[in-house]
Write a protein that binds this ligand. Sequence first.
Ligand code: GAL
Length: 364
Amino acid sequence: MLSCSVVAQKRTTFQPEKEWPDTEGKHINAHGGGILKKGKVYYWYGENRPDAGGSMNTGISVYTSRDLMNWENRGIALSVSSDTLSPIQAGCIMERPKVVYNRKTGKYVMLFHLELKGQGYAAAQVGFAVADQPEGPFRFLRGLRPNAGLWPVDFSKNDIEEACALDPFRYSNWWTPEWREAVKKGLFLARDLKGGQMSRDMTVYVDEDGTAYHLFSSEENLTLHLAELTEDYLDYTGKYIRIAPGGQNEAPALFKRDGKYWLITSGCTGWAPNEARMYVADSLWGEWKQLPNPFVGENAKKTFNGQSTFILPYKNQGFIFMGDIWNPKSLSSSRYLWLPIQFQKDGTPVIPYREEWTLKDLMK
Ligand code: GAL
């Protein structure tokens, strides 16, 4: 039977920056996202953004695909709540969701950046949700600030004493050299020790041994924290470190290749693009060393107008950089910047721009 619905054409290439219609022909609405693979199916989770405004009235989207180019909209994986007492009530902000599968419990665990309704970006919490199926529905568990009462594992007794001695009132003037020094020493870490550390832009990384880590912008977006999750991925073990104190990193995306951990981040300029940063380490616990911006070519200093969100390993053949090209006037129509990562002989990642590419480009 002939139907009137428009059948979207099958896509055969990735086209960064362009509209990316799903299998029904509608631009994919899954921003700040991440991908989980289960069997042969990829699940793309992301922010389901309204056409105008910054707060959520739907929740976290999920799309599925077998080829990473053609995506079917599977609806809302985690819905905002109509209960006005819920931390995820409609009007809250949910950003940068990442879903991981826990082999021990058989559950799908989602972590996301949560801001409470009517409070702008002040709450700086992480939300936890769980599901029995990758497409959801996810059940919201709680929002919190990580590691209350705990110092980073690499903080010595002396570091703790120094951080505790920093008087926040003395440094009310931001961006001075003294303030920068105090931030590095843990000005905001000490300030937030009791209630837990701020948690905004984030990713989740599962290492080969099944241990999961939450990596997030903390301390007023000035310092990244890498925190180990418990075996069920629903809480923290309390073991955490700071990465690049005072470095102002957002949008962290992490991958491992040939025994090295690579971290790509952005600077902090809100929705506006800036120059990406890259760090490398032999162990997640550091030491993390900064390297030059991996993006090369024209407009590389603005990350081709995009911002990192996730790095997807594709079979054993390569890695896909996933980013967002934000449109703050209409977040739902923000575009995507997916690019194949290339590697220099010494293993250093390089990301040139491509107008159009296919998965075969990963093998080169
Ligand atoms: C960006 C961040 C986004 C969002 C935005 C709000 O810096 O990466 O996820 O939080 O700020 O202005």
